[in-house]
Design a protein around this ligand. Structure first.
Ligand code: G3P
Length: 226
């Protein structure tokens, strides 16, 4: 299983990459816009910063334009994966780009049925969107296991990437559901490590430790050396 970072921020990549949590990066137009400046320059900088795949999304709605833009994005760096929407135009573009040897990541897939045609291409990745489904009060987690079983049943090499992971529960649900890859927003990793029970437990232990005489604490902390 791999973990991508869902960001266009070099600062966030620098925060999480040394911790082994950045096997790849997924960007989208909103994430690039949030960084400001020149989005193509930002994309290039990300591709140079990490060795793994970097998804870059097309910004047009017409299939032929997606193919042209997909080629242009793929030409920016060898590790660019072209992100296309999970609709009919995206399918047309995915077929053309994949046959030209360009890796595609199909995004904005909400219904496992949207996976079917792309799995037949086959594309490199399909991104199932979890959090945005749950924003509408629907259960997204069942969809992950359904999509996983569908890809297995179809014998497709397409890898299931689960995105829009808003909270720690979503991470566990995506893994439990069989995702091949999780693309995790930095804010979600921050939530995972802000677990208040861990902080409270660490404070409890630290207080108890202070009750020991200092020489005993020092001996333990230095492995018995004075
Ligand atoms: O690009 C798809 C995914 O990253 C969207 O995430 O958090 O905007 O729902 P979010």
């Amino acid at each position: 299983m791999e973990f991508f970072l869902d960001t266009a921020s070099l600062d966030e990549i620098a925060r999480w990459e040394p911790l082994g949590l950045v096997d790849g990066v997924t960007t989208n137009p909103a994430l690039l816009a949030r960084e400001g400046g020149d989005p193509l320059r930002q994309l290039r900088a990300i591709t140079e910063r990490i060795g793994g795949p970097v998804s870059a999304q097309v910004t047009c709605g017409d299939a032929k334009e997606m193919v042209v833009q997909g080629h242009a994005l793929a030409a920016t760096a060898p590790n660019v994966v072209v992100k296309l929407p999970a609709n009919r135009a995206g399918l047309e573009a995915a077929r053309a780009l994949s046959s030209d040897g360009i890796e595609c990541n199909i995004t904005l897939a909400f219904d496992p049925a949207q996976v079917i045609a792309f799995a037949r291409v086959p594309v490199a990745y399909v991104s199932l969107i979890l959090g945005r489904v749950e924003d509408f009060g629907q259960d997204g987690t069942q969809r992950v296991s359904t999509a996983t079983r569908m890809l297995e049943r179809m014998g497709s090499p397409t890898r299931l990437l689960v995105a829009s992971l808003r909270n720690p529960r979503h991470l566990c649900a995506a893994i439990h559901g069989g995702a091949d890859i999780l693309t995790v927003p930095p804010s979600t990793w921050d939530l995972v490590f802000a677990q208040p029970l861990t902080s409270a437990g660490a404070d409890d232990f630290a207080r108890a430790w202070e009750s020991l005489p200092e020489p005993a604490r020092r001996s333990y902390e230095r492995g018995g050396e004075a």
